[in-house]
Write a protein that binds this ligand. Structure first.
Ligand SMILES: Cc1cc2nc3c(=O)[nH]c(=O)nc-3n(C[C@H](O)[C@H](O)[C@H](O)COP(=O)(O)OP(=O)(O)OC[C@H]3O[C@@H](n4cnc5c(N)ncnc54)[C@H](O)[C@@H]3O)c2cc1C
Length: 463
């Protein structure tokens, strides 16, 4: 069926301009709808925000793009080429993994990994080969087939059951990985990436080993100039297509008629937008609990979302450094001394322990212009318990920040302390409110990421 002009003459509203909202806006506008994209913040992009300070440019959130094809598809939906709007760079190695025993591994392509595993744990080479061979069909089924199916009913989910049993979906990612490789460092290397989507590798189904295969097949990409360049590219495309953007405006209500049909939205400033279709990019719990009257959402009660399981939060430290670290890579994972126990503390015990693992991002490795000459821009992104932990971050945050920076200084960034020219700590306070994050327990135990931490605190510190 040709549905290229499906929306001719119809109004649609998108609530929120994260990457999801922007992609929906482009797709809808390309289908002929007249789309209004309403964003409550001062900039588009949601968690993919950006800020500059003292000549350093920091992406606030996502930095790792995989697979890039999902981005290309958005541009293709509007008959455009992504390359004409934004450049993407394949990053190699994908990550450098630092272990607490002082060793490290450059995690890259399959062939590169074989060499690295031969170096650090030769007896696991064969297990890694078997693991990757087993992960391929999981990817093909879980990502290419089931990845595009909406699991709206129990019956649609039931279809997955036989495949799930075949691929041992009942095991955790860590459990599955451990059945192939013995060295604990490799088990960490091959199991940590569910953390990127807010899942505990010891709990989430082993179907998520498909992320390892996605990274192998498609690579790990970086948007030239920073992720916000992708946001700008989508904004440009959306406006070219005739879409309208409204900033600094918070949708307060999705309006529904007595016939249970959406009629539009109203904002806190008292404006009304007519729309036959409303897409909410605001987190699902916020959408149901705060934007839609209870009488129109029997299945999506407040109780359901209050009971839902939150994933972790991220503690962010953005810092500029007035020196170069030529030996560092763009993406590093710095593991603390504990793995399972640390994740238990984060996900189950809701405490902030003394140790941590962090993702260190150094975009100036690929794009030196993101910092003044001779300097590096960095962020450390550290999983912590979510806001249910009741941690008083206002009291804890400076100490925790200094702990992270001094550990990095001691272990992998010698001379860091004293170099922090531009240091911004992001407070976890108010963040939930700022981004309206959600927490969803989906059919595959997918945890909606609970990382809406990007509110630049007013106490930016220079040291
Ligand atoms: C520090 C960090 C690092 C990350 N790293 C990666 C990574 O490397 N790779 C990766 O793939 N993912 C990463 N993620 C996850 C990724 O950022 C998110 O999954 C993604 O950006 C979410 O996009 P979204 O469109 O779903 O929602 P959001 O980005 O949350 O956007 C929702 C938007 O809706 C707006 N909004 C909410 N309510 C209203 C309202 N009532 N009215 C108007 N506007 C409203 C919000 O202001 C926001 O702009 C990271 C996340 C964080 C926080």
């Amino acid at each position: 069926m040709d549905n290229s002009n499906l929306g001719q003459g119809k109004n649609a509203v998108i609530v929120g301009s994260g990457l999801g909202g922007l992609a929906a806006a482009v797709r809808m506008q390309a289908k002929g709808f007249q789309v209004t994209l309403i964003e409550k913040r001062h900039q588009l992009g949601g968690r993919a925000g950006v800020f500059t300070k003292d000549g350093y440019t920091f992406d606030t959130g996502p930095t790792i793009v995989t697979p890039p094809t999902v981005i290309d598809e958005v541009f293709e939906a509007a008959d455009r080429n992504r390359e004409d709007y934004v450049e993407m760079v394949n990053v190699s190695p994908k990550y450098r993994l630092y272990f607490s025993d002082g060793t490290h591994m450059d995690y890259g392509s399959y062939e590169d990994n074989l060499k690295e595993i031969q170096r650090i744990s030769p007896e696991d080479v064969e297990g890694y080969q078997r693991f990757m061979a087993k992960t391929k069909p999981v990817y093909e089924l879980g990502f290419e087939v089931f990845g595009s199916i909406p699991f709206e009913t129990i019956w649609s989910m039931a279809k997955m059951a036989p495949a799930g049993i075949l691929h041992q979906a009942y095991r955790s990612v860590y459990g599955r990985v451990s059945s192939f490789v013995k060295d604990e460092r490799l088990r960490m290397a091959l199991s940590f990436n569910p953390l990127f989507i807010g899942g505990n590798p010891f709990d989430v189904t082993s179907i998520y080993t498909l992320i390892t295969y996605i990274e192998e097949k498609h690579g790990v990409w970086w948007v030239r100039g920073g992720t916000h360049k992708l946001v700008e590219a989508l904004e440009k495309l959306f406006k070219e297509l005739g879409g309208e953007v409204v900033l600094n405006s918070e949708v307060e209500r999705i309006e529904v008629s007595k016939k249970r049909r959406v009629t539009g939205v109203s904002t806190k400033e008292g404006k009304h937008y007519d729309a036959g279709i409303v897409i909410s990019n605001s987190d699902v719990a916020n959408t149901y609990m705060n934007l839609i009257e209870p009488e129109f959402r029997l299945w999506n009660s407040d109780r359901r979302y209050k009971k839902a399981k939150y994933s972790m939060s991220l503690f962010m430290v953005y810092f500029g450094v007035e020196k170069k670290y030529p030996d560092m890579t763009h993406h590093s994972i710095v593991f603390g001394p504990r793995y399972k126990e640390l994740l238990n503390d984060i996900f189950k015990h809701n405490v902030i322990p003394d140790d941590f693992s962090t993702y260190l991002h150094i975009p100036t490795k690929t794009d030196p212009q993101l910092a003044p000459e001779g300097c590096e821009a960095m962020y450390a992104c550290t999983p912590v318990s979510n806001l249910d932990s009741k941690t008083v971050w206002e009291e804890k945050k400076d100490e925790f920040r200094d702990h992270i920076l001094s550990t990095l200084d001691r272990n992998i960034l010698p001379g860091l302390i004293g170099q922090g020219k531009s240091r911004t700590i992001v407070s976890l306070l108010d963040e939930r409110d700022d981004f309206r994050q959600c927490h969803v327990l989906g059919p595959l135990n997918v945890l909606g990421i609970d990382t809406s931490l990007i509110r630049h605190s007013s106490d930016d510190k220079a040291s």
